[in-house]
Write a protein that binds this ligand. Structure first.
Ligand code: MCA
Ligand code: AMP
Length: 505
């Protein structure tokens, strides 16, 4: 096959009148229209000089055109690098520099801020706005609606997705065509997606969940998506009666449960609710079943691996577990120190191997070696156990990571900003329970002796550097941080001390 990912997911739909995207405006975009647009964009990328293997960084709002940009990259053999729209110029600068992106596509509103960065780093700059206008689309509109698909192999890179690191430096996970395709094919079968499915899509499209899991499965099945710009309760409630499936982070489900309009009748047409990206409380699982009659199907994945495990479609969907390894995926629980496999039932680190596991971190061979074993097993950094029936349970993390509303936040990155502020001796950033986001960020500040750091100035500094979702929701002062005998900050002690801060318990 000339380009396995494009040919299998996209190419076969060329010219089809079948619906692909249902928009809030009531408009429908057919597969044929979508692919014609993707081909025009692919031609435009070639016209501006992009060559196969080049990285295209996109920080754009969710729109049909933004999704077509992903399809265009696959068809043109470019490496798609989607970026969270909340990232600041400072954050985006790092991604452009580290990836060596050949072009950056951004909203018109971000152009002024990014233009000097792109110029300094020798990257081209194009715009794509939420309404589908912009310089890239103007170029695409002048191009033909077919494009000679660039040949690729399963081992070629399709996407570079940045995931934060424990040192505060983000790492680009290199995902191949084969990674994305194998995962989509496994999931479409496991979750029984078909052409008649209508997926309610309210996730962002700059992460694995909304981009690859949701979109690639729909493409593989030939189904359609109700394509909402973001999660809004009113819109979700309005669209649920038309949908057959939804994918969401746990916050979607707790927000829905907080609304009296969520009833059995409202979801009468639905066949499947899926949750992932963060732990779904067993309590949420139970409440959702009581209210709607549906047992949410929870699955477990990572940027580096796509999806690893899933609760069964037909068998028992067990609350508090993430189900079984997907077909083709091996999963083992190992001793974090020795690396040896532990007996069934014991808690250890989760390692996975399979066609879904990424190729390594972009230009970071040492980090790759530290997490991806020579035998192909990837050390996830999650702690778990396998129960007597084979269900995988995630019990914690062996990495200093906060997951807020499905977004990953690495404390180190925030601590580095806080530590630089006047009057600060040191800081510790932790995640504590939050009723809406699952976990929220809290910053503990230790002032230098005799000094009183200005918390407002600190907040302003964080705002300048970091995306909004990473900002501490509270900053507290402490005289010293709790430490163990080795001098390591005991974040578990801090988490315990501040556990009720946002729940009001
Ligand atoms: C928005 N804010 C947040 C978050 N989202 N703060 C912390 N954590 C968040 N997740 C900020 C907003 O900027 C706003 O700031 C304030 O919090 C309140 O926002 P609100 O309007 O309530 O939020 P929202 O816009 O409704 O968004 C919440 C959300 C959204 C719908 C849960 O965060 C979301 O779509 N999350 C999904 C993330 C996702 O796709 N993760 C998958 C990663 P202000 O106070 O200034 O107004 S892929 C992955 O993890 C792996 C592979 C996997 O397994 O899937
Ligand atoms: P990311 O690197 O953003 O893709 O996030 C991956 C991390 O999200 C995993 O390593 C887990 O810690 C977490 N995660 C994903 N799905 C689940 C789940 N169903 N339950 C608990 N944690 C999850």
């Amino acid at each position: 096959m000339a380009n396995p990912l494009f040919d299998t997911l996209f190419g076969l739909h060329a010219g089809s009148d079948a619906p692909f995207l249902h928009l809030p405006s009531g408009q429908t975009v057919s597969y044929g229209e979508f692919l014609a647009q993707a081909a025009r964009i692919a031609n435009a990328t070639a016209s501006i000089g992009l060559k196969p293997g080049d990285r295209l960084a996109a920080q754009v709002e969710k729109s049909p055109q933004a999704l077509a940009l992903y399809a265009a990259c696959v068809q043109a053999g470019l490496v798609f690098l989607p970026l969270n729209t909340a990232y600041t110029v400072e954050e985006v600068t790092y991604f452009i520099e580290d990836s060596g992106a050949a072009v950056v596509v951004c909203d018109e509103a971000a152009r002024e801020g990014l233009a000097p960065v792109a110029a300094r780093l020798g990257a081209g700059l194009e715009t794509l706005n939420a309404d589908g206008t912009g310089s890239l689309m103007a170029k695409a509109d002048a191009e033909p609606a077919d494009f000679p698909t660039v040949a690729r192999t399963g081992g070629d890179l399709a996407a570079l997705l940045y995931t934060s690191g424990t040192t505060g430096r983000s790492k680009g996970a290199m995902l191949t065509q084969g990674n994305l395709l194998s995962n989509a094919q496994a999931l479409v079968r496991e979750w029984r997606f078909g052409a008649e499915d209508v997926l309610l899509h309210a996730l962002p499209i700059f992460h694995t969940h909304g981009l690859f899991v949701a979109t690639n499965i729909t493409l593989a099945a030939g189904g359609s998506m109700i394509f909402l710009p973001r999660f809004g309760l009113d819109q979700i409630i309005a669209q649920l009666p038309r949908a057959t499936a939804m994918m969401g982070v746990p916050t979607f489900y707790t927000r829905l449960l907080g609304d009296a309009r969520l009833t059995r009748d409202l979801v009468a047409r639905m066949r499947l609710f899926i949750s992932g990206s963060a732990p779904l409380l067993a309590e949420t699982h139970r409440q959702f079943e009581t209210r709607t009659g549906h047992r949410i199907l929870e699955r477990y994945g990572m940027t580096e691996t796509g999806m690893n495990t899933s609760n069964p479609y037909a068998g028992e969907r067990r609350a508090g577990t993430v189900g079984f390894p997907l077909p083709g995926v091996e999963l083992k629980i190992t001793d974090p120190e020795a690396g040896a496999t532990l007996p069934r039932g014991e808690i250890g680190q989760i390692e996975v191997r399979g066609p879904n596991v990424f190729k390594g971190y972009w230009q970071m061979p040492e980090k790759t070696r530290a997490e991806l074993r020579e035998d192909g097993f990837f050390i996830t950094g999650d702690l778990g156990r396998i129960d007597a029936d084979g269900y995988v349970q995630i019990v914690g993390r062996n990495k200093d990571l906060i997951i807020s509303g499905g977004y990953n936040i690495y404390p180190k990155e925030i601590e580095l900003v806080l530590d630089e502020q006047a009057g600060v001796l040191e800081s510790a950033v932790i995640g504590v329970p939050h009723p809406d986001f699952g976990e929220a960020v809290l910053g503990v500040i230790v002032p230098k002796t005799g000094e009183a750091p200005n918390l407002e100035a600190m907040d302003a500094a964080v705002r300048r550097s970091l995306a909004r979702f990473k900002h501490p929701r509270a900053l507290v002062l402490m005289e010293t941080l709790p430490r163990n005998a080795m001098g390591k900050v005991q974040k578990n002690v801090l988490r315990e001390q501040f556990k009720d801060r946002f729940t009001g318990a």
